[in-house]
Design a protein around this ligand. Structure first.
Ligand code: HEC
Ligand code: HEC
Ligand code: HEC
Ligand code: HEC
Ligand code: HEC
Ligand code: HEC
Ligand code: HEC
Ligand code: HEC
Ligand code: HEC
Ligand code: HEC
Ligand code: HEC
Length: 409
């Protein structure tokens, strides 16, 4: 708030009192009008700029419709304005939410006092850009906020809004609401995870429809809170397209994202599921090749799907024996049945996964021979080259042994 001058301007006060006396008598019946207020507040601090009000969402409202406790002038210390007089729905929601309870922002902090923008104005809170600025700006100053607000700005949703002005992409209030701001924290709460999934699904219908059929969603509907919802795989403020290398669902990151749960021994034991899926994958041909940077190699989602994951015992599962030919065939056209019979998650051994074992043994022997061959080739070439050099440098043809011992020194 602006500091007021300690020594009051006598002239202004006199003028203001005179104005008040002049308008006071006529105004008392209907209460003071705007011109009564402006007679002082155009000049006396705190000053009011009438044009600000006239350009706002509230143009047309009188001063006393908001400053309702001022029924006569001159006035005493007025009460704070209650926006809920006219916006009861928003005010009730706000009172029930964490902002009112935790001493967070009130109406004026987000909307302004006299300069409340019209909804057509880009500075209005209904504009996505403004929310990212206002909500994000304040939250970045709270404990731990800086990092995730930055993540949101850089996310596919934040960039959609900031860079492309995309109002289809969600801003803060799209997900959290504006007045009763829900935290959406799910932790291990299956019901909350289903609600967030529905929220994401309101825009991402195909992903949601597929997810609803999955083993993961089935577990959520049976109140298994540790089954994944959308944000367990995608993050909430850091969501990126799978093509973005920093995404948690980029091909090279999928194994770690699934592995966070599927390599957790105590969690998997609860469901009678093996906890070696990540380790066996990482040792498999695909795992090794992916780690080396070949993004075409199969990751967990290439074989299991991402959203419609089902147990392999389910005939509709991509990993059901009857569907493997198709699943592998996506990348190994004409691979055929025998190829698809390779047991994937078994440690590679002649009894476990014979095909993979043969492949590995073949490659190991083949590559070893290849490397040995190359080395032999290089050595014989070097020796040969030196021989011919010596011969031309020493026409009388000294013995090779002497040259050899010289080299050793
Ligand atoms: C006679 C001159 C005069 C008139 C007329 C007048 N005011 Fe004021 N008003 C003042 C002065 C002087 C102050 C500063 C008081 C202070 O700093 O304690 C003030 C302060 C205020 C404040 C700020 C209070 C605060 O807590 O900072 C509001 C709001 C206000 N007036 C509204 C109105 C409205 C609405 C009208 C018309 C209904 C009106 N005033 C008419 C002289 C006037
Ligand atoms: C839409 C409601 C609304 C209308 C209409 C409105 N005001 Fe206000 N006014 C506020 C709010 C909100 C504040 C911030 C302080 C508070 O919360 O009470 C405020 C603050 C003020 C202040 C103190 C400003 C300061 O800088 O401390 C004055 C003076 C004032 N109003 C006068 C007026 C006058 C004169 C009019 C009519 C020309 C008017 N107001 C119309 C809502 C309104
Ligand atoms: C944390 C910031 C914040 C606070 C605090 C807040 N609002 Fe809002 N308000 C918003 C946002 C954001 C929107 C846009 C709603 C949307 O897009 O869903 C909005 C929308 C509105 C609207 C409808 C405008 C429109 O564009 O349709 C009104 C009216 C409103 N708020 C009044 C209030 C009142 C009254 C209070 C105090 C009780 C308040 N707001 C407190 C952020 C806030
Ligand atoms: C005397 C009743 C009244 C009071 C008090 C009041 N408003 Fe409003 N407000 C309105 C009216 C009327 C509109 C215009 C409605 C419309 O265009 O749909 C409006 C519009 C708005 C809008 C914009 C809606 C839009 O479509 O963009 C916001 C935001 C808003 N008010 C916030 C506030 C805030 C914040 C306060 C308190 C500082 C407040 N209002 C106090 C009556 C009031
Ligand atoms: C003026 C600062 C400020 C603004 C602006 C602001 N907030 Fe807040 N917000 C707070 C404070 C303070 C808290 C309570 C302390 C806390 O939980 O971190 C809070 C709490 C929250 C919470 C609950 C967090 C929890 O853990 O329960 C959510 C969600 C939230 N704000 C979302 C928003 C959204 C959405 C907007 C914009 C529409 C917004 N905030 C604008 C300061 C702000
Ligand atoms: C796509 C939906 C979405 C958008 C957009 C979004 N959030 Fe969130 N936000 C979430 C979810 C989901 C959680 C719960 C995370 C969890 O489970 O811990 C969350 C958590 C929070 C929390 C509480 C947890 C914490 O880390 O402190 C705050 C505060 C918050 N968001 C504010 C914001 C603000 C401010 C913006 C805009 C800059 C925003 N959110 C944008 C979905 C979203
Ligand atoms: C209001 C609608 C809306 C909501 C709600 C929403 N999104 Fe989005 N999402 C979008 C839009 C629009 C894009 C595309 C942005 C772009 O391309 O710039 C997008 C992009 C994405 C992408 C990248 C998609 C791709 O193919 O590149 C992912 C992943 C994503 N969202 C996941 C989520 C998740 C998870 C949630 C819930 C926490 C969520 N979204 C909530 C609208 C939404
Ligand atoms: C078990 C982890 C997981 C869960 C849960 C999950 N996703 Fe995904 N999502 C992925 C993976 C992995 C990709 C990468 C694309 C692929 O490999 O098919 C992806 C891709 C996406 C895309 C990009 C376009 C597409 O459809 O391929 C969107 C949008 C998306 N997910 C939204 C969602 C939404 C919305 C939810 C919740 C209803 C959700 N995801 C739940 C793992 C998951
Ligand atoms: C947040 C933890 C979590 C994440 C992340 C996760 N899962 Fe799961 N998954 C589970 C739990 C828990 C179950 C057991 C559900 C049940 O059976 O009730 C499960 C079940 C499965 C099943 C079905 C097993 C069966 O036979 O019932 C498969 C297949 C599966 N997940 C694969 C994946 C893949 C692939 C990914 C990554 C794209 C992934 N999961 C990510 C926790 C997770
Ligand atoms: C090349 C394809 C392929 C890849 C890559 C793959 N899987 Fe599998 N996965 C399968 C097949 C086929 C089965 C069923 C037969 C078996 O158990 O070996 C299976 C079985 C499973 C099961 C046991 C439940 C069931 O449905 O039978 C889980 C859990 C699982 N995989 C998770 C993962 C995870 C996590 C990853 C990534 C770290 C992954 N898988 C990578 C093909 C694959
Ligand atoms: C997303 C694509 C993709 C899927 C799906 C996929 N693979 Fe592969 N696979 C690859 C790539 C890429 C290589 C490496 C090929 C190379 O280096 O020439 C590879 C290599 C292999 C190899 C070793 C090299 C060879 O060509 O013999 C075997 C065995 C193999 N895959 C089996 C399978 C089986 C079985 C399935 C189904 C359960 C499967 N793959 C599904 C992409 C995939």
């Amino acid at each position: 708030m602006k500091s007021r001058s300690r020594r009051p301007d006598i002239g202004l006060i006199l003028a203001a009192s005179l104005a008040a006396m002049l308008v006071g008598a006529g105004a008392s019946a209907a209460g003071p009008g705007d011109s009564d207020c402006m007679a002082c507040h155009a000049e006396v601090k705190p000053r009011v700029v009438l044009d600000v009000l006239r350009g706002s969402a509230h143009e047309g409202l009188s001063c006393t419709s908001c400053h309702a406790d001022i029924t006569a002038v001159p006035h005493g210390k007025p009460l704070a304005v209650d926006c809920g007089l006219c916006h009861a729905k928003e005010a009730d929601a706000w009172r029930a939410g964490p902002h009112a309870k935790a001493g967070g922002p009130g109406c004026v902090d987000c909307h302004g006092a006299h300069d409340v923008p019209k909804s057509s104005d880009r500075r209005s809170m209904s504009s996505h850009e403004r929310q990212i600025e206002a909500c994000g700006g304040c939250h970045a100053r709270l404990a731990g906020g800086r990092q995730w607000v930055k993540m949101f700005d850089e996310s596919v949703h934040g960039q959609g809004v900031i860079k492309q002005g995309l109002n289809l992409a969600p801003a803060c209030a799209t997900c959290h609401g504006a007045h009763d701001v829900r935290s959406l924290k799910a932790d291990d709460d299956a019901k909350a995870k289903r609600e967030v999934a529905r929220l994401c699904g309101s825009c991402h219908e195909p992903a949601y429809a597929a997810f609803e059929k999955s083993a993961h969603y089935k577990a959520l509907s049976q109140n298994v809170g540790r089954a994944p919802g959308c944000t367990d795989c995608h993050g909430e403020h850091s969501i990126q397209a799978p093509e973005n290398r920093s995404s948690s669902v980029a091909p090279e990151s999928v194994p770690a994202t699934c592995g966070r749960c599927h390599a957790d021994k105590s969690l998997m034991a609860n469901f009678g599921l093996p906890a070696d899926r990540l380790s066996t994958y990482l040792k498999s041909y695909h795992g090794v090749v992916l780690e080396m940077g070949d993004l075409r190699a199969a990751n967990c989602a290439s074989c299991h799907g991402a959203h419609d994951i089902l147990p392999s015992s389910d005939p509709a599962s991509r990993t059901n024996p009857s569907n493997l030919e198709k699943t592998c065939g996506k990348c190994h056209p004409g691979a055929g049945r025998a190829f698809s019979n390779i047991r994937f998650h078994e440690s590679v051994s002649p009894t476990g996964a014979r095909g993979a074992w043969f492949v590995r043994v073949f490659y190991t022997i083949f590559i070893s021979l290849l490397v040995a061959g190359f080395l032999l080739h290089i050595i014989t070439r070097l020796v040969g080259w030196r021989r011919t050099r010596r011969k031309s440098a020493a026409p009388l043809g000294k013995g090779m042994e002497g040259g050899g011992s010289h080299d050793k020194s």
